[in-house]
Design a protein around this ligand. Structure first.
Ligand SMILES: [Zn+2]
Length: 166
């Protein structure tokens, strides 16, 4: 049995133990969170969020890509979110590669140069600042006055805020 099969079994137990209910498609806290795919960060538990309360967008590094802006535009313009919370974390896999090195690896092993940016980073706080600026300067997002960025310490579970000017 592979991992997915055992998860399907978990879901049968999960669904059987819960009453049917319907939540509104609009997140009740009017919040969108952009964070890393890191398996150690349980976003809902770490922030005390419940189902139906926030959008959570995840990718490698919590990078503000065009696709994240696409999702945020839908989140704000159709689904009522107004605040954006960015969460990066220490010990991130994106700090263990370089853009040039990983790009070269992809090209050498596949023969194809990737069309996407790798977006590795060294300094996590500087990367949070850059991400905040990308959101704040996106013309596609109507709500940009509350955009805050944080670093999550994976060992202590604590968040610290990263200040940015501009
Ligand atoms: Zn990460």
């Amino acid at each position: 049995m592979d991992t997915i099969d055992s998860l399907l079994e978990n879901n049968r137990t999960f669904a059987a133990g819960l009453a049917e209910r319907h939540l509104d498609v609009e997140p009740q806290s009017h919040l969108a969170i952009v964070t890393c795919m890191d398996s150690r960060l349980d976003v809902f538990a770490a922030l005390g969020l419940d189902q139906g309360e926030a959008h959570v967008l995840r990718n490698a590094g919590g990078v503000i890509t065009d696709d994240v802006i696409r999702s945020l535009a839908i989140s704000q313009r159709r689904l009522g979110t107004r605040e954006v919370m960015l969460i990066h974390h220490d010990d991130c896999g994106m700090q263990k590669i370089t853009d040039d090195g990983f790009r070269m690896e992809l090209q050498e092993t596949t023969g194809i140069a990737p069309s996407f940016a790798i977006e590795s980073f060294g300094d996590v706080e500087e990367d949070v600042r850059q991400s905040i600026l990308r959101v704040r300067r996106s013309p596609f997002l109507p709500h940009r006055d509350v955009v805050r960025g944080f670093v999550y310490a994976v060992d202590t579970h604590a968040l610290r805020e990263v200040e940015v000017t501009g």
